[in-house]
Design a protein around this ligand. Structure first.
Ligand code: ZN
Length: 321
């Protein structure tokens, strides 16, 4: 089975659940979060790094548009605004001479390892998982001369037991990787799936509605995790935002970035953000969930410091990233 189909199949939820989740995501984005009241980021200088997973591409492109063309639009959205980013590659879906990867590099973006086949560390034999990461490492080395040594765990799953987690981290260290943690988790991929379906149907009204929900959902995610950081970290810290390479981003990420800037966000590179000591604290969460790093360093926070804005992560426990 082609890798893309395999990924798509694993991502597929029953239709009823899928559509229900999409509607719920939009409802939450639009209704439960008073976006007009979302506070501006602290001191008009909230640092944020953009990370984009599942390269070369996740889901649909606009009719008649190739992945390479869509990638160029996505990258232009970033470069025209001077926004640095890192892309995380599923290497089995691409190759060392893929112009899509080269265009990321030419745009000055970092490129990291997201596993060759996007394996869930808790769903396969651990040695198979490590082999898959090494396969991606070898491909990136061939493609780029050197990978940027950033690794993003598929699904944000880092190993459900202490021994799995420790073995995985030791293997990543051997390959020279730093874990590219996510502080701002979100459900953008749910909106992106709905957007892809609207693109295929040519339903522009639906596309517009989803784009608006996208901007508001991302503002809600920023507000949510800014509040979590205030309560668990208690100082200014650079956030790292999770996004995916998809048509929703190609078409509308610019609106999100402009909205963030209007809220006082200052964009920094993921590598710079990861130098903050917060990303080198011990991982205190042991379990199967894919979580923001802010919850991993303070698992109690998921119970005792629940912010007022509903967590976007509540929507996607069963889902992928
Ligand atoms: Zn992913």
């Amino acid at each position: 089975m082609p890798v893309g189909s395999d990924l798509a199949a694993r991502r597929r939820a029953p239709d009823v659940i899928r559509h229900g989740i999409v509607l719920l995501a939009i409802v939450v984005a639009l209704a439960s979060v008073p976006v007009g009241d979302v506070p501006l980021a602290a001191d008009a200088g909230q640092r944020m790094a953009i990370t984009i997973d599942d390269l070369p591409w996740n889901g649909a492109t606009a009719p008649g548009e190739s992945v390479a063309q869509a990638t160029r639009r996505l990258l232009a959205t970033l470069t025209t605004r001077g926004v640095p980013a890192a892309g995380f590659v599923n290497c089995a879906r691409t190759g060392p001479n893929d112009p899509v990867l080269l265009s990321w590099r030419e745009a000055g973006m970092e490129l990291g390892n997201h596993g060759a086949h996007h394996l869930n560390i808790d769903g396969v034999d651990l040695s198979a998982w490590v082999k898959d990461v090494r396969e991606c490492h070898d491909m990136l080395t061939m493609a780029l001369g050197r990978p940027d040594r950033l690794f993003r765990f598929p699904y944000l799953h880092q190993g459900a037991t202490e021994s799995r987690r420790a073995t995985a981290l030791a293997a990543l260290r051997d390959m020279g990787y730093t874990t590219a943690h996510v502080s701002i988790d979100d459900s953008e991929w749910i909106l992106a799936e709905a957007y892809g379906r609207a693109l295929r149907r040519g339903d522009s009204d639906r596309q517009d509605a989803i784009a608006t929900a996208y901007v508001e959902h991302m503002a809600a995610a920023l507000a949510h995790f800014t509040a979590v950081a205030d309560s668990t970290v208690g100082r200014d810290m650079p956030h790292i935002l999770l996004l995916h390479a998809n048509a929703l981003a190609a078409d509308h990420l610019g609106r999100v970035l402009d909205d963030f800037r209007a809220r006082g966000v200052v964009f920094v590179s993921p590598a710079d953000a990861l130098t903050d000591p917060i990303y080198h604290e011990p991982d205190r969460y042991v379990g199967p969930r894919g979580l923001s790093w802010l919850y991993r360093i303070d698992p109690e926070g998921t119970r005792t410091a629940r912010p007022t804005v509903r967590a976007p992560t509540r929507l996607d426990r069963r889902a992928r990233r």
